[in-house]
Design a protein around this ligand. Structure first.
Ligand code: FAD
Length: 639
């Protein structure tokens, strides 16, 4: 009989990035016994890699900024498909969350007069990103970890045990969520969260956590693609866990391909080149030396962007009297433009274009503002960005889609199951603005932790022992005789990545996606029987075999939703439906689990925007996104 380590908590947070840590801190501040679980080493989450900064309309660099400008920018960036209530909460609460980080000990870069400095970023009207050089995520994680430690010290003073109320379990992967039949506090009969199951990566030991409230903060899905800025653990675990537990996912067709990933050498293909390079003055050129972005400004953005290089250049020093350069369009626009240039034969031999910051900034400025980028290119590509251009191309970066949650509480369809950060859907609509993720993590991490703590008061549903046995059996499947003769999980993973990259990538076509879905069926069969050798100690093949099941489910959601949405919007571009269609704006594509490893897709109407928020936009702008019928309620009296 297998020994299973067992723990009981009030709130279990799965994921130790910014969203998870902020959620855990809040749950502990509410007095709850809280566990933080992370698949990788503590401190090594995506959040730590965030370079550019955290968007919050503090108005330090330009006093014209405020929450409503941020709200509007976010909605525009997401092409008005965003959950407007989340966008509102995000814009109004982000400044408080940044200031609060300072009270936890964060040290942001400063303006001359000592305020938190803010930098420009694509799609943001004013300089808005609080930052620490190009290592903002590192400071964010460092600060949140420090806060966890300080809370543990308080607990020690009170109870003699550092871990009495907040404990970190790292290198621990959760593979299953447990739900149960209606229990106390769950009146409407929906199965509620009761706990979760996983294993420790180092020795393969199994573990279960019994808890009435779980916060998913597992980040993204990038590892389903061959070229990605994401690291190994981003296999969509939280997305898949939520689906299997009975929650729904929305917006899964929308993936952000960051315009600038490294393209050379092959070993680092996909690695991110921060948008700050463009925010601080970097320009994009094709192999003819042309600054091509001026050709790619879409109609909806024409009025906000410079029409000549001279005007764009002036904007850096005089933003009030000039329009910004088109290199700072939202990411989806820039990624598509680079893709088109390379396809048209004006790309480099490695399939990228040039990004040059050396022509505008002095070497010492570059070293000060972009130290990590300088280091990255020098070490990995032997390129000195103070004097040479970088070679860049699009890379799969961020998933806008995720768990459908109640905006105010971050709770999913499953009572007791919360989601925050990249794993949650809705906030960013069809495209996320740079810098809006770090702020999202803080705002909704806190909300998820708070409401999870409140939910935990409602009672403690029991985990069914049969569910634990089933979870264990499933985790052991790749070693079992049922999997004998099955394939190596690495081979199947590569096939999945290639399928998604080539057939459901940055530019999509109906027949290619149909082909992708066929291939995914085949990959599903092969995934069910992947087999691994050896035992559970330090066995990456086994870990991947379990991750693969999640990657596949998430890929299915993306493939099906992308095929269904017959328009182009944000992070979803269809060659066969190249324009944005107002009749699609108000429709969400919702995925729910069907059987063991299938998914069902349904259409759902968006809730119309609250009138006072709707009135923040000019009618002429809304006409570009909304149908005539929907405009009736606007203050300008359209109809
Ligand atoms: P993450 O920070 O991704 O953390 C996820 C956590 O979940 C990890 O601890 C992981 O180990 C854990 N986990 C996953 N699966 C499991 C499982 N099954 N069991 C247990 N634990 C699990 N955004 C910005 O706003 N500004 C930027 O400048 C910026 N730069 C970026 C640069 C790079 C290179 C990348 C990759 C992203 C960047 N982003 C940026 C995006 C942003 O960093 C991420 O979207 C964000 O950090 C996600 O945070 P999170 O808390 O949701 O999850």
């Amino acid at each position: 009989d297998e020994q299973i380590e067992r723990h009981e908590y009030d709130v279990v947070v799965i994921g130790a990035g910014g969203a998870g840590l902020r959620a855990a801190i809040e749950a502990r501040l509410q007095g709850k016994r809280t566990a933080i679980i992370s698949k990788s080493l503590f401190g090594k989450a995506h959040t730590v890699m965030a370079e550019g900064g955290c968007a919050a309309s503090m108005g330090n660099a330009n006093p014209n900024d405020n929450w409503s400008v941020h709200f509007r920018d976010t909605m525009r960036g997401g092409k008005f498909l965003n959950n407007w209530r989340m966008a509102e909460l995000h814009a109004t609460e982000a400044p408080d969350r940044v200031w609060e980080l300072e009270t936890y000990g964060a040290l942001f870069d400063r303006t001359e007069d000592g305020k938190i400095s803010q930098r420009n970023f694509g799609g943001h009207t004013y300089p808005r990103l609080a930052h620490v050089g190009d290592r903002t995520g590192l400071e964010l994680i460092r600060t949140l970890q420090q806060k966890v430690v300080s809370l543990q010290q308080e607990d020690f003073a009170e109870t003699g045990d550092y871990e009495s109320r907040i404990r970190v379990f790292h290198e621990c992967t959760i593979t299953e969520l447990f739900t149960t039949s209606p229990g106390p506090g769950v009146p409407d009969g929906r199965p509620a969260i009761a706990g979760c199951f996983g294993y420790f990566r180092n020795d393969g030991r199994f573990v279960r956590f019994d808890a009435p409230a779980i916060v998913l903060a597992t980040g993204g899905v990038g590892k389903s693609y061959s070229v990605t800025s994401n690291s190994w653990e981003y296999t969509g675990d939280g997305h898949a866990l939520a689906l299997r537990a009975g929650a729904t996912l929305i917006n899964m067709e929308f993936l952000q391909f960051h315009p600038t990933g490294m393209v050379w050498p092959p070993s680092v293909r996909g690695l991110l080149v921060t948008e700050s390079v463009r925010g601080d003055g970097g320009v994009l050129r094709n192999t003819d030396g042309k600054r091509f972005m001026f050709e790619y400004v879409p109609d909806v953005f024409k009025e906000q962007y410079a029409t000549s290089e001279e005007e764009g250049d002036r904007w850096y020093t005089d933003p009030d009297n000039n329009r910004r350069p088109p290199e700072l369009l939202p990411r989806d626009e820039v990624a598509r433009a680079i893709n088109s240039e390379v396809k048209a034969g004006r790309g480099t031999e490695h399939g990228g274009v040039f990004l040059d910051v050396s022509t505008r900034l002095k070497p010492e400025e570059i070293l000060k503002r972009l130290p990590s980028m300088h280091h990255q290119f020098k070490e990995l590509a032997d390129v000195d960005i103070t004097s040479e251009p970088m070679e860049v191309g699009p890379t799969c970066h961020y998933v806008m889609g995720g768990v459908e949650v109640e905006p105010d509480t971050a709770m999913s369809k499953v009572p007791g199951l919360f989601a925050a950060g990249e794993v949650a859907g809705g906030m960013h609509g069809s495209n996320r603005l740079g810098g809006n993720s770090l702020s999202d993590l803080l705002v909704f991490g806190r909300r998820a932790g708070l409401h999870a703590a409140q939910h935990a008061d409602a009672g403690r549903p029991a985990v069914a022992e049969a569910d634990v046995a089933a979870a264990l059996e499933r985790a052991m499947l790749p070693f079992s005789s049922a999997a004998e003769g099955g394939e190596n999980p690495f081979v199947v993973q590569q096939e999945l990545q290639k399928t998604m990259h080539e057939l459901v990538g940055i530019i999509r076509k109906g027949e290619e996606m149909e082909l992708a879905l066929k291939k995914l069926e085949d990959i599903a069969t092969r995934t069910r029987t992947v087999s691994v050798e050896g035992h559970r100690r330090f066995n990456p093949g086994w870990h991947l075999a379990l991750d693969l099941r999640n990657m596949l489910l998430v890929a299915l959601c993306t493939g099906k939703a992308a095929l269904e949405r017959q328009e182009s919007r944000g992070g979803h571009t269809r060659d066969d439906f190249p324009v944005m269609d107002s009749d699609w704006r108000h429709l969400l594509l919702v995925c729910s689990a069907l059987g063991e490893d299938g998914i069902e897709l349904t259409r759902q109407e968006q809730i119309p925007m609250r009138p006072d928020l709707f009135d923040l936009f000019e009618l002429d702008e809304l006409k570009k996104y909304y149908t005539g019928d929907e405009l009736g309620g606007h203050r300008a009296g359209a109809g």
